[in-house]
Design a protein around this ligand. Sequence first.
Ligand SMILES: [Fe+2]
Length: 183
Amino acid sequence: MTLAVDDIVDRCSAALTEHTPALAVRDVLDELVAAPEALDHALGPVTFGGITTLHNADDLTILRVAWTPGMALNPHEHRMWAVIGMYGGQEDNAFYRRAERGLEPAGGRELPAGDVLVLGDDVIHSVANSRREFAVALHVYGGDFFSVPRSEWDFETFEERPRDFEHTRRLFEAANARWREQA
Ligand SMILES: [Fe+2]
Protein backbone atom coordinates (compact mmCIF):
# COMPACT_ATOMS: atom_id res chain seq x y z
CA MET A 1 0.00 0.00 0.00
CA THR A 2 1.27 3.46 -0.85
CA LEU A 3 2.12 5.72 2.05
CA ALA A 4 0.10 8.96 2.24
CA VAL A 5 0.34 12.06 4.45
CA ASP A 6 -2.84 10.90 6.24
CA ASP A 7 -1.11 7.65 7.24
CA ILE A 8 1.76 9.61 8.80
CA VAL A 9 -0.69 11.83 10.71
CA ASP A 10 -2.83 8.85 11.82
CA ARG A 11 0.15 6.89 13.10
CA CYS A 12 1.58 9.83 15.05
CA SER A 13 -1.89 10.67 16.46
CA ALA A 14 -2.29 7.08 17.63
CA ALA A 15 1.12 7.30 19.34
CA LEU A 16 -0.20 10.20 21.46
CA THR A 17 -2.48 7.77 23.30
CA GLU A 18 0.49 5.65 24.44
CA HIS A 19 1.95 5.93 27.94
CA THR A 20 5.08 7.72 26.67
CA PRO A 21 3.98 9.54 23.49
CA ALA A 22 7.44 10.81 22.50
CA LEU A 23 8.89 7.28 22.58
CA ALA A 24 5.89 5.90 20.70
CA VAL A 25 6.38 8.61 18.03
CA ARG A 26 10.07 7.64 17.90
CA ASP A 27 9.04 4.07 17.06
CA VAL A 28 6.74 5.36 14.29
CA LEU A 29 9.51 7.54 12.83
CA ASP A 30 12.04 4.69 13.08
CA GLU A 31 9.82 2.71 10.72
CA LEU A 32 9.03 5.62 8.39
CA VAL A 33 12.63 6.78 7.85
CA ALA A 34 13.65 3.20 7.06
CA ALA A 35 11.72 3.67 3.78
CA PRO A 36 12.83 7.10 2.47
CA GLU A 37 11.47 6.41 -1.05
CA ALA A 38 7.97 6.01 0.39
CA LEU A 39 8.32 9.35 2.24
CA ASP A 40 9.61 11.06 -0.91
CA HIS A 41 6.63 9.70 -2.80
CA ALA A 42 4.13 10.82 -0.12
CA LEU A 43 5.65 14.26 0.51
CA GLY A 44 7.14 15.10 -2.86
CA PRO A 45 10.76 15.75 -3.77
CA VAL A 46 12.71 18.56 -2.08
CA THR A 47 13.84 21.24 -4.50
CA PHE A 48 14.40 24.10 -2.02
CA GLY A 49 14.80 24.44 1.74
CA GLY A 50 11.77 25.17 3.88
CA ILE A 51 9.14 23.98 6.33
CA THR A 52 6.06 22.12 5.12
CA THR A 53 3.24 21.69 7.64
CA LEU A 54 1.62 18.26 7.41
CA HIS A 55 -0.49 18.63 10.56
CA ASN A 56 -0.95 21.38 13.17
CA ALA A 57 -3.19 20.99 16.22
CA ASP A 58 -3.07 21.85 19.94
CA ASP A 59 -1.55 18.49 20.87
CA LEU A 60 0.48 17.58 17.78
CA THR A 61 2.42 19.27 14.99
CA ILE A 62 4.05 17.36 12.12
CA LEU A 63 6.43 19.13 9.77
CA ARG A 64 8.64 18.15 6.87
CA VAL A 65 11.75 20.27 7.29
CA ALA A 66 14.40 20.55 4.58
CA TRP A 67 17.57 22.46 5.52
CA THR A 68 19.31 24.04 2.55
CA PRO A 69 23.00 23.11 2.09
CA GLY A 70 25.18 25.51 4.07
CA MET A 71 22.27 26.67 6.25
CA ALA A 72 22.37 27.03 10.04
CA LEU A 73 19.48 27.88 12.36
CA ASN A 74 20.30 29.76 15.55
CA PRO A 75 19.69 28.24 19.04
CA HIS A 76 16.04 27.87 20.03
CA GLU A 77 13.79 25.94 22.40
CA HIS A 78 10.45 24.22 21.73
CA ARG A 79 8.90 23.97 25.24
CA MET A 80 7.36 20.65 24.16
CA TRP A 81 8.88 17.28 23.30
CA ALA A 82 10.11 16.85 19.76
CA VAL A 83 11.13 13.86 17.66
CA ILE A 84 13.25 14.32 14.53
CA GLY A 85 13.40 11.53 11.96
CA MET A 86 16.02 12.07 9.23
CA TYR A 87 15.39 10.57 5.82
CA GLY A 88 17.83 12.47 3.60
CA GLY A 89 21.21 14.13 4.09
CA GLN A 90 22.42 14.95 7.59
CA GLU A 91 21.47 17.48 10.28
CA ASP A 92 24.17 18.56 12.77
CA ASN A 93 22.67 19.39 16.19
CA ALA A 94 24.46 21.52 18.81
CA PHE A 95 23.00 21.62 22.32
CA TYR A 96 23.11 24.42 24.90
CA ARG A 97 22.36 25.14 28.54
CA ARG A 98 21.04 28.39 29.92
CA ALA A 99 23.93 30.27 31.55
CA GLU A 100 24.14 33.35 33.74
CA ARG A 101 24.41 35.38 30.55
CA GLY A 102 22.80 33.72 27.56
CA LEU A 103 23.86 30.15 26.81
CA GLU A 104 26.78 27.78 27.13
CA PRO A 105 27.50 24.88 24.73
CA ALA A 106 26.48 21.40 25.92
CA GLY A 107 27.61 18.95 23.26
CA GLY A 108 26.17 17.94 19.94
CA ARG A 109 24.92 15.13 17.77
CA GLU A 110 25.22 14.44 14.08
CA LEU A 111 22.02 13.00 12.69
CA PRO A 112 22.44 11.11 9.38
CA ALA A 113 19.53 9.79 7.32
CA GLY A 114 17.86 6.86 9.08
CA ASP A 115 18.49 8.28 12.57
CA VAL A 116 15.72 9.41 14.93
CA LEU A 117 16.35 11.85 17.80
CA VAL A 118 14.03 12.49 20.78
CA LEU A 119 14.33 15.94 22.41
CA GLY A 120 12.88 16.68 25.85
CA ASP A 121 10.73 19.77 26.32
CA ASP A 122 13.56 21.82 27.87
CA VAL A 123 16.13 21.20 25.13
CA ILE A 124 17.87 24.18 23.49
CA HIS A 125 19.54 23.41 20.18
CA SER A 126 20.83 24.87 16.94
CA VAL A 127 20.94 22.94 13.68
CA ALA A 128 23.19 23.10 10.65
CA ASN A 129 23.47 21.40 7.29
CA SER A 130 27.18 21.28 6.42
CA ARG A 131 26.69 18.94 3.47
CA ARG A 132 26.09 19.69 -0.20
CA GLU A 133 22.65 18.06 -0.25
CA PHE A 134 19.37 18.90 1.48
CA ALA A 135 18.97 17.64 5.07
CA VAL A 136 15.42 16.31 5.09
CA ALA A 137 13.42 15.14 8.11
CA LEU A 138 10.04 14.66 9.68
CA HIS A 139 9.75 16.83 12.81
CA VAL A 140 7.00 15.82 15.23
CA TYR A 141 6.14 18.03 18.23
CA GLY A 142 3.92 17.27 21.21
CA GLY A 143 1.95 20.51 20.95
CA ASP A 144 1.16 23.48 18.75
CA PHE A 145 4.60 24.29 17.36
CA PHE A 146 3.58 27.68 15.95
CA SER A 147 1.59 29.17 18.84
CA VAL A 148 3.43 28.31 22.05
CA PRO A 149 5.57 31.31 23.12
CA ARG A 150 9.26 30.50 23.48
CA SER A 151 12.75 31.85 23.01
CA GLU A 152 15.53 31.83 20.50
CA TRP A 153 19.08 33.13 20.89
CA ASP A 154 21.42 35.08 18.67
CA PHE A 155 24.13 32.81 17.19
CA GLU A 156 26.97 35.21 18.04
CA THR A 157 25.95 37.04 21.21
CA PHE A 158 23.66 34.32 22.68
CA GLU A 159 21.23 37.12 23.49
CA GLU A 160 17.73 35.77 24.22
CA ARG A 161 14.70 37.01 22.27
CA PRO A 162 11.19 35.76 21.49
CA ARG A 163 11.07 33.06 18.78
CA ASP A 164 10.88 34.87 15.47
CA PHE A 165 9.52 32.83 12.55
CA GLU A 166 10.01 35.76 10.19
CA HIS A 167 13.74 35.60 10.98
CA THR A 168 13.72 31.85 10.24
CA ARG A 169 11.91 32.46 6.95
CA ARG A 170 14.57 34.99 5.93
CA LEU A 171 17.34 32.49 6.81
CA PHE A 172 15.73 29.94 4.47
CA GLU A 173 15.32 32.56 1.73
CA ALA A 174 18.96 33.66 1.91
CA ALA A 175 20.25 30.07 2.02
CA ASN A 176 18.05 29.06 -0.94
CA ALA A 177 19.28 32.06 -2.97
CA ARG A 178 22.94 31.18 -2.23
CA TRP A 179 22.33 27.53 -3.12
CA ARG A 180 20.59 28.38 -6.40
CA GLU A 181 23.55 30.57 -7.40
CA GLN A 182 25.96 27.67 -6.83
CA ALA A 183 23.80 24.99 -8.42
FE1 LIG B 1 14.31 22.79 16.86
